[in-house]
Write a protein that binds this ligand. Structure first.
Ligand SMILES: Cc1cc2nc3c(=O)[nH]c(=O)nc-3n(C[C@H](O)[C@H](O)[C@H](O)COP(=O)(O)OP(=O)(O)OC[C@H]3O[C@@H](n4cnc5c(N)ncnc54)[C@H](O)[C@@H]3O)c2cc1C
Length: 375
């Protein structure tokens, strides 16, 4: 069975790993395509931005992957024909029996006028690196962490950025010369997780961080140093740390697979409306937050159902939409929110309080993926 996986992020890496583990390359011929030469965990961008590590230390080069039955190709996908399961890249054409789209979400930097010219963003590797150089120069003024559109990856990340910025400025002895605020269209930091939101609001209050809720950012005017809001108000800023608007990659939009921005799938099986074509992770509309743990969970369901198909066994149970996200609270503590969006009658998100122990657990989370995918 020729399985073509587009995108070697959280979802694509987990799927290729599982298929290789269960099949050892006997029946599956897996091709994993990515335009980049290395994977970087989303949360590593916060570490890079605040100088806690360097990009070199967190890049995981794809050339390290050696898995039976899996070929990793560095190519850029330029067209997807979902009906024919034929994919064109800058290097040629690939045909597949099963196609899995795991291309993630891209950023629409121009979707917020002024962001590219007058703001910074910390969601791309390049943006995080730029901030690593710019932040040590920020010695006073108004810092605004601004969410420019929803949905966006990792809902706790803007709160984490504000809390870590507080620590960063405090350590440099300039915190009392700075104001920090978060501007978001959400009413609470993480709407589906009330306990975590309360804990974050408490942490903001303790540190003098303002949480400006229910406000939509429309543009930035760098000449006047203001963030324009949809209700007509303006917010002055000296340093803007943005979460850019997200959208599916252009190649997905051009393929006709997307509806309302992303690829609709069965939330139980991850199948698209095209036979033998799946979509997993941030590129899909499935009713879970855009985060790596959910891409990984979706990949596991697809792997199990391909295996069941091959061996004639039982199909896996439906995707349960469960996952745990770690939240940097600053002060050397990490919290964890356990999300369950699809298995019960209600969406739930419960908080495991910030602690030093969870710092170690988060480290293990990353190290175990690194070992599994790249070991
Ligand atoms: C600051 C920040 C912090 C985060 N923290 C966490 C966290 O603590 N926990 C968590 O679970 N998630 C976290 N996330 C979110 C997480 O990184 C993403 O949700 C996750 O990576 C999504 O996985 P995916 O497989 O859907 O897509 P991705 O991991 O984004 O992978 C998509 C891949 O497709 C490739 N690609 C795209 N277009 C093309 C093309 N045309 N041709 C070839 N290749 C292409 C890309 O290069 C990429 O490697 C964070 C994100 C950010 C930005």
């Amino acid at each position: 069975m020729r399985i073509l996986i587009l995108g070697a992020g959280f979802g694509g890496l987990e799927l290729a790993t599982m298929l290789s583990e269960v099949d050892q390359g006997d029946a599956f011929d897996v091709v994993l395509i990515d335009k980049n030469d290395a994977f970087v965990f989303g949360y590593s961008k916060l570490d890079v931005m605040f100088g806690r590590t360097t990009l070199d230390d967190v890049r995981l080069p794809y050339r390290m992957i050696e898995k039976p039955g899996v070929r990793v190709l560095r190519e850029t996908v330029t067209a997807i024909d979902a009906v024919a399961r034929r994919v064109t890249t800058d290097a040629g054409v690939h045909e597949a029996d099963v196609l899995v789209v795991a291309l993630g979400a891209d950023y629409d930097f121009d979707g917020t006028p002024g962001l590219a010219d007058y703001g910074n963003e910390f969601y791309s590797v390049a943006g995080a690196e730029r901030l690593a150089s710019a932040l040590p120069e920020f010695n006073g003024g108004r810092a605004v962490v601004g969410v420019c559109g929803a949905p966006f990856k990792c809902p706790p990340a803007p709160s984490e950025a504000a809390l870590l910025l507080h620590d960063f400025l405090t350590a440099r002895g300039v915190r009392d010369r700075c104001e920090i605020s978060i501007v978001t269209s959400f009413e609470t930091p993480i709407p589906p997780a009330p306990d975590a939101s309360r804990a974050l609001l408490g942490a903001f209050a303790e540190r003098g961080i303002s949480f400006v809720s229910g406000r939509r950012i429309t543009s930035l005017d760098g000449n006047r140093g203001v963030v324009a809001l949809a209700d007509g108000d303006e917010l002055p800023y000296d340093l803007f740390l943005g979460v850019p608007k997200h959208r599916a990659p252009d190649v997905v939009l051009a393929s006709g697979m997307a509806e309302n921005g992303y690829i609709p799938v069965s939330s139980q099986t991850l199948e698209t409306k095209f036979p033998a074509v799946y979509a997993i992770g941030d590129v899909a509309t499935i009713g879970v937050p855009k985060a790596g743990v959910f891409a990984e969970g979706a990949a596991r369901v697809v792997a199990k159902s391909l295996l069941a198909h091959l061996r004639g066994g039982e199909r896996p149970g439906p995707y349960d939409g469960r996952g745990s996200c770690y939240i940097e609270f600053g002060g050397g503590r990490v919290g964890r929110v356990d999300i369950d969006f699809l298995s019960g009658p209600q969406k739930t998100g419960t908080l495991e309080k910030p602690s030093v122990e969870l710092v170690a657990e988060k480290k293990h989370f990353g190290a175990s993926r690194k070992a599994r995918w790249f070991g």
